[in-house]
Structures are given as structure tokens and as C-alpha cells.
Design a protein around this ligand. Structure first.
Ligand code: 13P
Ligand code: SF4
Length: 334
């Protein structure tokens, strides 16, 4: 058995616990046993592998996951998602242990916004309120007035006086979409998600021609030309709900492919086609989300490592705009 010191050293060096897992173990049963034993909860994003979604206590979009993190009574949260999501759970739960299977699971969008550059950008627009998309670091949240997600961005912007000038960061595609929908004056940070910018408009247009009855559904992190031809635009939960409620039976899905697991589970009789990307491997997997695996979830829960630890001063500053987001969402029934 590896010593505690060696485990910590391994996590510090690699970002995850690189230990052999006995292949005869029933990981589903073991994870379920460990959850009960440790009074732990697994929160998973829709972009996680199907196996991880199947062991989760709650699967959702960024807003749902934050709301669930805020209200959980569990003593420990295993966050199966990326770093900024686990960090948000920790900001809301300073006294709980928050663990994540792989500390390296970052986000290209969050990485596009460095606190030093953002502070400079902010100082150029002193009369603007700062709304930051939840896909950003705690340092950026600490520099923001309100946090938003793709499912409440419209409500958050609409909750502000009409003449209020807004800085929106870090996703320019979501920002542009919301600015257009609300008619608000918004200064956008120039960031984007590597997964949602990779779709091929040409291939999607061809696919639509060969599947004339298929509805194109897209996440608002996609680029403007794709959003212009989409039949429905929404967060991951929004997209899932749309496919469940719609009378249509065929969908071209322009977001990360992990969401297809719940779509197929909820509507097995319907057809879901991942929107084709512009790359040679023809996949729209998020390399950060997909760093997690069922084995890593098991090791993480067993050894309670890696643990998310953060600077208390930043945590307190970042909590304020997150709380504001949660309050406005409540007022709007979201
Ligand atoms: P939502 O699940 O909130 O729509 O966010 C999508 C995403 O890109 C998460 O990284
Ligand atoms: Fe970040 Fe995009 Fe991956 Fe979401 S899908 S975690 S926004 S890189």
C-alpha cells in the first residue's frame, strides 16, 4: 500500500493519483460503497464519460451544478468536471472537502483570461459593471460583479438597468449572442472555447441538406454563423430538455458529445447526430473534461485526493458575485 506522503507527492507532481486499479474490482459498486462510507456526493457535468455520469448523484449544467453544490448536506464533494467547476463548489463550501479526479482538467476559455490582463482591461472601462461567465478562474470571479452561466446570462443582463454598460468576459461568442438578444451595450473579452469553435459550418450545412427533418441545436459558445442557422440555442440542460420535449425525432447536436449520453437515455427512440467538426479526428470531445475517468473517480474518492485548496482572500471575493448570480437566478425561477 502506497504511503500517504507518496500519494501526496504523486498528486503534487502529476495532478492525479497514478495508481494501479485492480481490474477485477466492480468500480460502480466500490464507488457507491465509498460514497456512503464518506458521506460524499458526486456532481458531474454532462460532458463527462457515460460511466462517470452513471455513478453521479447529480448531473447538470454549470448553473444546476452550482445550485446543487450550494445546497448539499454531504461532507465531501467529488466534482467530476473541470477545475473552475470544482473551484466554484469550494468557494460555496469552504468547510467541505472538495476533490476532483484530475487537477489538470482546465478549460481553454478560462485560460484565455489572465487576471493581470483582465484587471487592466477592466480599468479601461470604469463605468462598466463586470459580468463574468462561470468558465473563469476564481481570480477573475474576484474581479467581477456578477457571475453568469449559459442558462441564466440573459436573465442576469436583463436584471440590470437598461442604460447600464457591461463588460462581459471571457466568452466572446456567448457575450455577442446575449448582447444581440438583449440589445445591451456590452464590451466583450476576446475568449472562446476550443470545442465550440471547431465546428465546420460547411459540413453542418451539408448534413442539414441530407437530413432535412433534423433540428440543429447549439450551445451559445458556438460561433455566430453557426448560431444564425441553429433551430434552438441553449445551455447543456436547455439542449437536453429541448430534445425531450420536442415532437421532432432527429437532432444535429452542436456541443461536446458527452451530452448525447443523457439525450439517448431520455429519448432512445430519437436520433442524435454530433455536429461535425473541422478536425482530422472528427471528434468534439473536450480534452480537459475527458481527462477524468471512472478509475480516477474511484482513486480520488478512496484516497480523497487531489483536493481543491484555495486562497481564502480570493475565495471570499469570488463568493460575492457567485451569490449574486444564485439570487438573481432564484428571482427568475431558474
Ligand atoms: P453549460 O453546461 O452550463 O451549458 O456549460 C457548458 C460548458 O462548456 C461547460 O464547460
Ligand atoms: Fe472549457 Fe470548452 Fe471544455 Fe467547457 S467544453 S470545459 S468551455 S474547453
Amino acid at each position: 500500500m502506497i504511503s500517504v506522503e507518496d500519494q501526496v507527492e504523486k498528486v503534487n507532481r502529476l495532478g492525479w493519483l497514478d495508481l494501479d486499479v485492480d481490474p477485477t474490482i466492480d468500480l460502480f459498486a466500490e464507488i457507491s460503497r465509498l460514497k456512503k462510507q464518506k458521506n460524499a456526493i458526486i456532481l458531474a457535468h454532462y460532458y463527462q464519460d457515460a460511466d462517470i455520469q452513471d455513478v453521479a448523484d447529480y448531473i447538470g449544467d454549470s448553473l444546476g451544478l452550482s445550485q446543487e453544490a450550494e445546497k448539499t448536506k454531504a461532507s465531501m464533494i467529488l466534482f467530476a468536471g473541470v477545475h473552475f467547476m470544482a473551484e466554484t463548489a469550494k468557494i460555496l463550501n469552504p468547510d467541505k472537502k472538495v476533490i476532483l479526479p484530475d487537477l489538470r482538467a482546465g478549460c481553454s476559455l478560462a485560460d484565455s483570461c489572465h487576471p493581470k490582463d483582465f484587471a487592466e482591461f477592466k480599468s479601461k472601462h470604469p463605468d462598466h459593471i463586470v459580468i463574468s461567465y462561470i468558465n473563469c478562474s476564481a481570480e477573475i470571479k474576484a474581479l467581477s460583479d456578477i457571475i453568469c452561466t449559459s442558462s441564466n446570462a440573459m436573465a442576469i443582463v436583463n436584471s440590470l438597468p437598461k442604460d447600464q454598460k457591461i463588460i462581459f468576459a471571457p466568452d466572446k461568442n456567448l457575450g455577442r449572442y446575449i448582447a444581440e438578444k438583449t440589445g445591451r451595450d456590452m464590451v466583450l473579452w476576446n475568449g472562446a472555447c476550443m470545442v465550440h469553435e471547431i465546428f465546420s459550418l460547411e459540413k453542418i450545412t451539408r448534413l442539414k441538406a441530407t437530413h432535412p427533418n433534423a433540428k440543429l441545436i447549439a450551445h451559445p459558445e458556438c460561433e455566430e454563423p453557426l448560431l444564425k442557422i441553429a433551430d434552438y440555442i441553449g445551455s447543456t440542460t436547455g439542449l437536453l430538455n429541448y430534445t425531450m420535449k420536442s415532437a421532432d425525432t432527429e437532432f444535429i447536436v452542436a456541443t461536446e458529445t458527452g451530452i448525447l449520453h443523457q439525450m439517448i437515455k431520455s429519448s432512445p427512440e430519437k436520433t442524435f447526430i454530433p455536429a461535425p467538426p473541422n478536425n482530422a479526428c472528427a471528434c468534439n470531445d473536450c480534452p480537459h473534461m475527458k481527462l477524468n475517468s471512472l478509475e480516477k473517480v474511484y482513486l480520488c474518492l478512496k484516497y480523497e485526493l487531489p483536493e481543491l485548496v484555495m486562497n481564502e482572500e480570493i475565495r471570499v471575493k469570488a463568493l460575492k458575485p457567485i451569490k449574486r448570480m444564485l439570487e438573481i437566478s432564484k428571482q427568475y425561477g431558474l
